[in-house]
Design a protein around this ligand. Structure first.
Ligand SMILES: NC(=O)c1ccc[n+]([C@@H]2O[C@H](COP(=O)([O-])OP(=O)(O)OC[C@H]3O[C@@H](n4cnc5c(N)ncnc54)[C@H](O)[C@@H]3O)[C@@H](O)[C@H]2O)c1
Length: 345
């Protein structure tokens, strides 16, 4: 069957990860790019060797018969309008994380996808990390028994992105919705997607100098000067089955940087990532087994997988409905932090 022809809307940082993924992937091709700032599209085209079709606008792209699916690589406040534009033109949609900024918007997006019958997938790419697959193999083999608690940390000592990420009107929030989303989602997925019922969060904007000497600044293409989101978020999600998930997400914190700490505790075994290890009680006592995972690019695996979904060969691993479920957890956590209490979701 012919390659799935992706069009990329938004030519900033994450578009580069998608361009690499398509370049190295099988059964997928980049049939065009567009950005509302034409220079961004031109630069991306040049960086990847030139020759890519540059559409004048997202509208122009979704009207083209040469595009099967779009990748929404635009800031969070543009997810809903671009998603609904693409759906109304019958284009399948890979929506970058988070789904959007509010639950109401997310519900409308899911309804719109159903209305137009397009296939959708969330850019929750951590689910495609080979180590997550390896963890899932052990969970499905029963090596953990019942998982009753998980913990995840993603902490940047100083790694506050510039631009729209800090403006709540455009992002919906700070590190919780930006980087926490990946690992909260990965834990939830590995736990078997239990129903979330209550959340409690504490959010802080406590670090005065976000960009001290030698810091790692994540610079976005879309500029903005407003900063009104949290620097760090710390909280807990409780599920209907009694299980819990504790997380920390920070762009700036006086701690060590932690790329992605993931721990799952089960009645028969545990799994931790950093490095990936299975912990079990055996006849001779406690054992730790290191888990090997293949080295592969989660963005490539995600786009190849969505191509198979579009071709009708399989169901999506990251359906947009899961994006909405995660959105409800995120927005519940923000509400809890604002109201200073645990809230039902
Ligand atoms: N999966 C991941 O690991 C990951 C990593 C980084 C960012 N993201 C997500 O990707 C999205 C984009 O983030 P980024 O870091 O690339 O931002 P960015 O600011 O670097 O790039 C965004 C680009 O979109 C363009 N744009 C804005 N509105 C547009 C519109 N309506 N039509 C066309 N172009 C438009 C901007 O001009 C800019 O070039 C966000 O939702 C972010 O959360 C995901």
């Amino acid at each position: 069957m012919a390659d799935i022809r992706y069009g990329i809307i938004g030519c900033g940082n994450i578009a580069r990860a998608h361009m690499w993924a398509i370049k190295n992937g099988n059964g997928i091709t980049c049939a065009g790019i567009t950005d509302r700032i034409p220079e961004h599209a031109k630069l991306l085209n040049e960086e990847f060797g030139g020759g890519f079709r540059i559409f004048d606008s997202a509208e122009d792209m979704v009207n083209s018969p040469d595009i099967d699916a779009v990748i929404l690589a635009v800031p969070n406040y543009q997810h809903q309008p671009m998603f609904e534009l693409a759906a109304a033109h019958g284009k399948h949609i890979l929506c970058e994380k988070p789904l959007t900024m509010t639950v109401e918007q997310g519900e409308h997006m899911v309804e719109t996808a159903h209305k137009y019958g397009v296939k959708t997938q969330m850019g929750l790419c951590t689910r495609f990390e080979p180590y997550v697959d390896a963890m899932m193999d052990h969970i499905q083999a029963g090596n953990l028994g019942d998982i009753y608690f998980a913990r995840t940390d993603v902490l940047r000592m100083r790694g506050t992105p510039t631009g729209w990420f800090g403006n709540k009107e455009k992002s919906g929030g700070g590190p919780l919705i930006d980087i926490g989303v990946h690992f909260i989602d990965a834990c939830w997925y590995l736990m078997g997607k239990p129903k979330p019922v209550r959340v409690k969060a504490l959010n802080y904007a406590a670090i005065a100098n976000k960009y001290p000497k030698g810091v790692d600044i994540y610079s976005s293409f879309e500029k903005d000067t407003v900063y009104n989101v949290e620097d760090s978020s710390h909280g807990i999600i409780t599920f209907e089955n009694g299980a819990g998930l504790m997380y920390q997400a920070a762009w700036a914190i006086n701690s060590e940087s932690v790329d992605e700490r993931l721990e799952l505790y089960g009645t028969k075994g545990g799994l931790i990532k950093m490095p990936c290890t299975l912990i079990r009680e055996e006849v001779s006592g406690m054992t730790t087994t290191s888990i090997q995972a293949k080295d592969d690019d989660c963005y490539k695996l995600q786009l190849e997988d969505f191509a198979r979904v579009i071709k009708g060969e399989k169901e999506s691993r990251t359906p947009v409905e899961d994006g909405l479920a995660v959105q409800k957890m995120l927005n519940g956590l923000y509400r809890s932090a604002r109201e200073g209490r645990e809230v039902d979701i």
